[in-house]
Design a protein. Sequence first.
Lengths: 297, 310, 314
Amino acid sequence: MTDLTTIPSAAPDHRQRSPLHYAWRRLVANRAAVVGGAVLILLVLMAIFAPLITKSPPTAQDFLGEALAFPSATHWFGVDDLGRDFFSRIVYGARVSLSIGFSAAVFSVLIGIPLGALAGYYEGRTDWIVMRIIEIFSVVPPLLAAMLLGALVGGGFWMIVFIAGLFGWVQVCLLVRAQIKAFKEKEFVRAAQALGAGPGYIIRRHLIPNSVSPIIVGFVLAIPLAMMLEASLSFLGIGVAPPTPSWGQMINTGMSFMYFYWHLAVFPTLALAISVMATTLFGDGLRDALDPTMKGK
Amino acid sequence: MIPFILRRLISVSVTFVIVSILIFAMMHSIPGGPFDAGDMPLPPEVRATLNERYGLDQSLFTQYINYMSGVLRFDFGIPFQSPGETVLELLGRAWVPSLVLGGLGVLIGTPLGILLGIAAALRRNTWVDYLASAVATLGLTIPVFVTSMILILVFAVWLDWVPASGWGSPDKWILPIVAYATIPMATYARYTRSAMLDTLNKPFVTVLRAKGLSETRIIYQHVLRNSAIPMVTVFLPMFIGTATGSIFVEAIFRVPGLGAYFVSSIRTRDYPLEMALMLMLTVMFCLAYLISDILYAWLNPRIRAGGRKG
Amino acid sequence: MTAALELRGLCKSYPLREPGGWLPRYRQLPVVRDVDLTVERNSIVGLVGESGSGKTTTGMMALRLTQPTAGSVFVGGVDITSMDAAALKPFRARMQVVFQDSYSALDPMFTLAQIVAEPLHIHGLGTTREQTKTALDWLERVGLHRSYGSRYPHELSGGQRQRVAIARALVLRPDVLIADEPTSALDVSVKAQIINLLQDLQAEMGLSILFISHDLSVVRSLTDKVAVMFNGRIVEEAATEDIFTSAQHPYTRSLLQAIPVLNPRDRKDRVFRSREELEADIPRLSAADTGLTPADVPRLIPHGPGHRFEAIVQ
């Protein structure tokens, strides 16, 4: 019998497509997700370059003489009740919303990954404890608890980030836990165990890198939740303190002026709606693209 | 089945106790009691007497135990902001608007959503489908208070068809009910559509068609039943969540419901009211999830046959 | 000479929850019952049986990836059954494994070079550069070009992945290799390549291999000794040729009969029996004839050099 083992493998000629490539194709095919993503990028750019596109700072009451003016060529979104250019307020409000959204999402992920990893890997009692904690966070209506916490610690940027992060981690945790449970039984984990690798090493170097998809999805979907929570708290007056512009706060003010000065209510409402929608659509699209077991829509 | 129910009951009770402790602790850590500041600065002796009368000078632990033993007898104390009645009575009063508006919202939104979902699934990839899916997505992604604002702006301010706020005559109810209805409608539309599409693709439906059953019969008798289980179990938490009143909807439409009272109770540090509200809502959600779990386990024929869950 | 790997009285049972009832009640489901197996140095032992016979579990227990309910595992004469993780680590380096499913045996996020170098990394041997060089050397040794080092598992075929798995298993130069159905998922031609690879490496390195399989024809060409498992017990054990020519236990015989036969004329004599029949068919020997002590339970009876099978002595 010819010796079949020493067929010299020639250097391989073409690279095969990675699963990421197919995921990208799926994402791009999802029109809603693409639009959402584009809008999101636009918002981020707008927030970053805010000083460049606005004519006056959002807290400057430069236009008291024209207070409550309707949108015009000079003031694209009009002027608010305290004489501030409304367009700047909206644009700077994007900064507040997006930064809180992203920071809170980071925070959620930082809490969710370790808890999810521990619950998924160790199962048994550890899992039970984590699920109880999740249950505690699920039965309390998040907004009410946030209000209580908010009243407790006062407002402030980082407090809101903390509180929003506190209610977003559950989703990330569940996603990571499911992924790790699924991958724990795979042979490469057993091979690593057979090599003498400890649980910490296995979780760190094998399981978590393989959980990148759910982590990304969890992160992106946590952003609109955080943005909503911030807007809600600001709407109720216990979020971001004036004069820092926050869309939630602006909606609250806008409500009082709604009948006669529609622009004060419409623009922040639209801004919030569009941001939340865009991020959610993009996040949903990401999840569908990265999860090939998605059922036909 | 019974052991399963008992286990869940115990688990939920533990959660509830922990949550009640946390809420109690948080509430009492907010600096300042109900009599400290505010419109009527009180002389210290009066404050001390009041604090004593309401038991606020005792240790937190004692206060907690006293409170919880009262709760078990359905005695939630007396709200500071309206001492003429008990918390229970106040809540009973306050719940009516929330229940009416929220409840009607869910009761109207759910069937609408289901119909929308069925229509979308049956006319897949036509304009009906796209419209329904768009509506569903919008309903779910746009936050409730934004929807409310938009509703007011369009129908009350601009078109002036309906009054914008208040609680009293039924025409004031229309907008809030629509606002409340959006989430159930969107949720059920989306869910029904995907569940039906799943089931319609299953082999047993092809068999039914081959047998000669009419399409309508197939849908109503077979497909819906299969998809129904998760839809039923999700209903209860959703109903509870909406019927307890959204803080925003009530603030925007100026409805004196539970949400509005919650906000005011935090502002005035009205401990009994606050605590009762949080507890009540937590209990209702706990129960809602518990019942859904049990309902799901019961309806799921695999579990009913005596096997293990899942 | 001490055996490379010795299993004594290995047992494994899993607790099954009884449905219903108020408090949880468990009954034990035995999966492996009292297995004794020895793998001498520089030899290949086959462990065959159908799915569910417990052979994979036995292999996992030998590696201490599953904890035995009872019994002992000896590596190079040392009892590793109850060692803690720290003490076990050096022994882990002496015992490695190749799995059946090559796709899930390799971390999709690691490059091939990283995969093969990982054992060195875990045991802290050499600098990163040295580890990479050793890894690439091994890739060549198993028949893959060095440049494959920067590729990922999903870019390879099943056979190529299995080669990588073998490289990874051998990079630490273990004494014992446990191969759990390494060729079962491969095409016939690729099977042969992998078998040849294993034979070459075994001869070169003086490896001891425990080759777990359900495929008797593969086992015949590769192993020195075969143990047959059924229902969690070893029912027959002998030198490879003896199993194929003079099998004593009815289960072994039915396994042999099930090997596909090319010549239609030879197929006629095969008889297939149900599981219940097989379970009930334990050979009975008389104490008088064999001079052995009678017992009610079946046990392994010697039958010639290195050959034993399970029977009841009455």
